[in-house]
Design a protein around this ligand. Structure first.
Ligand SMILES: [Ca+2]
Ligand SMILES: [Ca+2]
Length: 247
């Protein structure tokens, strides 16, 4: 079968367009921000593929903050608070969209007290939180993004990870808010004496660290027996001496 030039061109263009559209897509937090009379709140946050990020500028600042409290990304933005009211208000039209009243006092610009904005912010695997600041640097709102984090496998046991959720990063018996009950001679500090038998053992500690190898319970017991034997020997000797005195 011989492909015509037109067919080859079509196939080539299709492959090129597909690869371009794939390359252009990248992951973003889509952050819904609400403004109500100078109060700012963060609504829904979703993670999804997008073709670009918000780059608007303005008095407000958004920071993406990592688990070790470092700023991963920062951007300025604004709420749309001014509206051109030179068009008639919505109630000047009937249900069919026909203008039924012609008010002459609606011209000019009005300032809104309520508003909202959607921001497309770059996604980070190690982001913990999104924070919003006003122009004076005061925190106006903050919201966790831990549910979207993907930090299992970086050899750090982060606060949101545990031996249960990420065994590669969190070792057994570590303080990670999870009692793993592994019987390995180490008392997991998250366990009780009932849930981890290692915690009930003599000399068990709650630090998640085993006793040093040179502290041997058997040696301690042997030393105690020796001390007791020496005491008994001394006591009997004294008893024998006193018997001799009275005889
Ligand atoms: Ca980790
Ligand atoms: Ca634990």
């Amino acid at each position: 079968m011989k492909l015509s030039n037109e067919t080859l061109k079509f196939v080539f263009m299709t492959i090129l367009l597909l690869s371009l559209s794939h390359a252009a897509q990248t992951k973003a937090y889509v952050v819904e921000l609400n403004y109500d009379d100078k109060n700012v709140s963060i609504g829904n946050i979703a993670v999804m593929p997008v073709y670009g990020f918000t780059n608007s500028g303005g008095d407000y600042r958004l920071d993406v903050v990592s688990f070790d409290d470092k700023i991963l990304y920062t951007m300025q933005f604004a709420f749309p608070l001014k509206m051109d009211a030179s068009l008639p208000p919505p109630d000047a039209f009937d249900e069919q969209g026909k203008q039924i009243s012609f008010p002459n006092d609606t011209l000019g610009e009005i300032v809104l007290t309520k508003s909202f904005v959607l921001l497309y912010v770059p996604y980070f695997v190690n982001a913990m939180e999104i924070r919003i600041y006003d122009s004076s640097g005061t925190v106006k709102a903050r919201k966790t993004v831990v549910q979207f984090a993907d930090t299992c496998g970086n050899a750090i046991c982060e606060a949101h990870e545990s031996y249960e959720s990420c065994r590669g990063d969190c070792r057994s018996g570590s303080p990670d808010d999870y009692c793993d009950s592994v019987k390995d001679g180490t008392c997991d500090p998250d366990c009780t004496t009932e849930s981890d038998t290692d915690c009930a053992a003599p000399g068990a500690n709650k630090t998640g660290i085993s006793l040093p190898a040179n502290v041997d319970p058997l040696m301690l017991a042997g030393a105690a027996i020796l001390v007791l034997a020496a005491f008994l020997y001394y006591a009997f000797r004294m008893a024998g001496k006193s018997d001799n005195l009275y005889n």
